[in-house]
Design a protein around this ligand. Structure first.
Ligand SMILES: C[S@@+](CC[C@H](N)C(=O)[O-])C[C@H]1O[C@@H](n2cnc3c(N)ncnc32)[C@H](O)[C@@H]1O
Length: 219
């Protein structure tokens, strides 16, 4: 869900420009990885059960990884000092913006374990409930899903920024059906339709976005 335009606390002074897909070229200069990593325990993998079999491989998927700064920082964060050196942790980051992916590839300090590829996760066909389809797709791929839900006010700010630059609204902005408490909508959909359950809420980021960890419900 971290796919569109961020809310910027002091928009007047810190206008990040308009990037309709959230593909800001300087995203990490106004939202450094530390803003969020502080909320995520270093022992997250152990906490969710990847501690006992130390030779097991863990694959993380970073959907919409931008220039990869958060992916690399998260990888390092989870391979903390006490983590088993034997654990194989792999991360695949992808983004629809090829330039950002090139930057991520060129500055990747762990090419053996982190890969960045250009990819658009949405189907070409528009769907009336695209957000739900997107969440369903992610849920079908994941055992655990860490979601940073973007509040509705960010969608409005993004549309306003586009208008200020003399560009029209997002193509489907007025037709968006899911509004209001985005985290609650996402939670409801993941739990009722996608067989997932909320494991933990890590609280809210400095941008007032909740960080929610879901897992596949056992049958
Ligand atoms: C605001 S950035 C967030 C980057 C990173 N996930 C983070 O939280 O730090 C959102 C990224 O999602 C990418 N994105 C948006 N829609 C996408 C899609 N359909 N498939 C892949 N990437 C997408 C954008 O290009 C942008 O780089």
């Amino acid at each position: 869900m971290e796919t569109h335009v961020p809310h910027v606390s002091s928009e007047e002074n810190e206008d990040p420009g308009a990037a309709p897909y959230g593909n800001f070229i300087n995203y990490y200069s106004f939202n450094p990885p530390e803003n969020r990593l502080g909320l995520i325990p270093e022992a997250l993998l152990e906490n969710i059960g990847f501690g006992s079999d130390r030779s097991e491989r863990v694959l993380m998927l970073d959907v919409g990884c931008n220039s990869g700064d958060l992916s690399v920082a998260l990888y390092k964060h989870l391979l903390h000092e006490d983590a088993s050196p034997k654990r194989e942790l792999h991360l695949l980051g992808f983004d629809l913006d090829r330039d950002l992916i090139l930057r991520a590839q060129n500055s990747n300090p762990f090419p053996q374990n982190i890969q960045f590829i250009p990819l658009d996760i949405t189907d070409a066909q528009e769907s009336r409930a695209a957000l739900e389809a997107y969440l369903g797709r992610l849920a079908s791929l994941s055992e655990f899903l860490l979601l940073e839900a973007q509040p509705w006010k960010c969608y409005r700010s993004a549309a306003r920024r586009l208008r200020k630059l003399g560009r029209s609204d997002f193509e489907h902005f007025k037709a968006l059906e899911i509004r209001g408490d985005m985290a609650a909508h996402a939670k409801e959909h993941l739990e009722k339709q996608c067989g997932m359950e909320l494991v933990q809420s890590f609280g809210n980021t400095t941008w007032d976005r909740s960080l929610l960890l879901f897992r596949r419900r056992e049958l």
